[in-house]
Write a protein that binds this ligand. Structure first.
Ligand SMILES: Nc1nc2c(c(=O)[nH]1)N[C@H]1C(S)=C(S)[C@@H](COP(=O)(O)O)O[C@H]1N2
Ligand SMILES: [Mo]
Length: 164
């Protein structure tokens, strides 16, 4: 369940998408592709309370175990259990310090390899969570281009991102 960033970088790194669910940089699919604002921003306190009560009841009834820790508020738990989440790749690429002449990247997947422009890669998003769980189908991540052009056909089953 990990993804390597390697190749023409100063610091090869290992991504662990299972911890991103706690990361505030994550975005929902709707925020990225449907121009929706952050879902939590505009809710009144009452609505937040109502939702979290309902959430607790549902969790209790369905005996689901939310994969979140106690420091996360109830509303965030509910959001996590219902949402489709993506993480911008850029901060992680940045950490790996790609060399200046990097122009392309090879995405090594379970099915084969795909080559993308480094510029396009830097703006891409990694889908990593669905309904509070890691991806069941061809995980651990699916790659979406920022312009939405592969929205109905993301690159799935990525094991390695090799910069060239
Ligand atoms: N409106 C909307 N469309 C969406 C999503 C979403 O969360 N909202 N998720 C996308 C993602 S990340 C994937 S992998 C596919 C899943 O499609 P499926 O449920 O048909 O397998 O739908 C895509 N389309
Ligand atoms: Mo996806």
């Amino acid at each position: 369940m990990i993804v390597q960033i390697e190749g023409n970088v100063k610091f090869p790194i290992t991504l662990d998408p299972t911890v991103w669910i706690f990361d505030d940089r994550k975005k929902t699919f709707s925020e990225i592709f449907e121009g929706e604002e952050n879902e939590t921003d505009h809710l009144e306190e009452d609505e937040l309370k109502r939702r979290s009560t309902r959430f607790d009841r549902e969790v209790y009834q369905q005996k689901i175990n939310p994969p979140v820790n106690k420091s996360i508020n109830r509303y965030e738990k509910q959001r996590i259990l219902k949402g489709t989440f993506l993480m911008p790749l850029k901060p992680f690429l940045h950490t790996s310090e790609p060399l200046k002449d990097v122009k392309k990247a090879t995405l090594v997947t379970h099915e084969g390899e795909e080559i993308v422009d480094a510029d396009v890669l830097a703006e891409s998003l990694l889908h990593f969570s669905e309904d509070g769980k890691p991806l069941q189908e061809q995980g651990p991540v699916h790659l979406y281009f920022k312009d939405g052009s592969n929205r109905s056909n993301p690159i799935k089953g990525i094991k390695k991102i090799v910069l060239q």
